[in-house]
Design a protein around this ligand. Structure first.
Ligand SMILES: C[S@@+](CC[C@H](N)C(=O)[O-])C[C@H]1O[C@@H](n2cnc3c(N)ncnc32)[C@H](O)[C@@H]1O
Length: 256
């Protein structure tokens, strides 16, 4: 089923592709509902009932002067606080952000109890090689995203390893940034690596949950939702990025 208008696109997508990524995920005969909105999330979010969203997942604009094609990433500090507050207020959320610049703002916004903090670290030649992922008003369950033990020589866990068991995910995630940014297929200046969003979704949501990304950019959260059988609502203010997101989400899982 597919309904389209010039500002809003709604369609239902077959899912099940998550099976290829994570073997313990069983998704059969389900539909992932996707709704993409071109507009300012401050306005559009008013039309989305709070109770219809299970988790907000987003990397909001960092207010660090990023060169987006339309949006100017240099808000006055008070306007930036207001933007984050009005979008995050009353929702369970998982936010990816710069550490020093944003944690102080988020902590003072009264957007729920801080449930978990993970450092996303990535190799680069710049001074900044990490960002924070923080959960507000909710907690992930890291047993759902096992990983290899970091210290397999530890005798206490030898038996577990022999039994094929894994560690729960640790609180730092080594995931490369998206390379070749600016290429034709995704002109967004800072797309999120999809692996980050997969881990957030798998540890914090269930199949059939509805995820909102009010700063959708090129649609990475939507792609991961479609792969993993989550419903998705995405809002993006920039028409170019909206079109990229639409294309990426439409073609996600095609042929699986
Ligand atoms: C850090 S980027 C998100 C990148 C995205 N996660 C991806 O993987 O491509 C933030 C995005 O928020 C958008 N944006 C900024 N203000 C907005 C607003 N008021 N409403 C909707 N989108 C907005 C920007 O155009 C930008 O694409």
């Amino acid at each position: 089923m597919r309904v389209e208008c010039d500002r809003c696109l709604v369609y239902a997508a077959p899912i099940g592709c998550g099976l290829k990524l994570y073997q313990d995920l069983i998704t059969v005969n389900m539909k992932s509902k996707i709704k993409l909105i071109l507009g300012d999330c401050l306005e559009e979010i008013k039309n989305i009932p709070e109770e219809s969203v299970d988790l907000l997942v987003s990397d909001p604009p960092y207010n660090q002067g990023y060169h987006y094609s339309g949006y100017h990433d240099v808000l006055d500090e008070q306007d930036y606080r207001e933007l984050l507050y009005r979008v995050l207020e009353g929702k369970r959320s998982c936010i990816i952000h710069y550490p020093e610049q944003t944690i102080e703002i988020l902590a003072k916004l009264n957007i729920g109890k801080l449930g978990e903090v993970v450092s996303w670290v990535y190799p680069s030649n710049t001074a900044k090689q990490s960002r924070l992922i923080t959960w507000w008003g909710c907690k992930p369950d890291f047993r759902k995203i096992g990983q290899e033990y970091r210290n397999p020589a530890d005798k206490r866990i030898a038996k577990r390893i022999a039994e094929g068991k894994k560690a729960r995910a640790y609180d730092w995630w080594l995931v490369n940034q998206v390379k070749n940014v600016g290429k034709k297929d995704n002109p967004h200046p800072c797309p999120m690596p999809i692996e980050i969003i997969r881990r957030i979704l798998l540890s914090t949501t269930e199949i059939g949950d509805t995820i909102l990304d009010p700063f959708m950019g090129s649609g990475t959260t939507g792609v991961a939702c479609k792969e993993l059988g989550r419903n998705f609502i995405g809002i993006e203010i920039d028409k170019n990025y909206f079109e990229v997101a639409k294309r990426r989400i439409e073609s996600a899982c095609a042929g699986w």
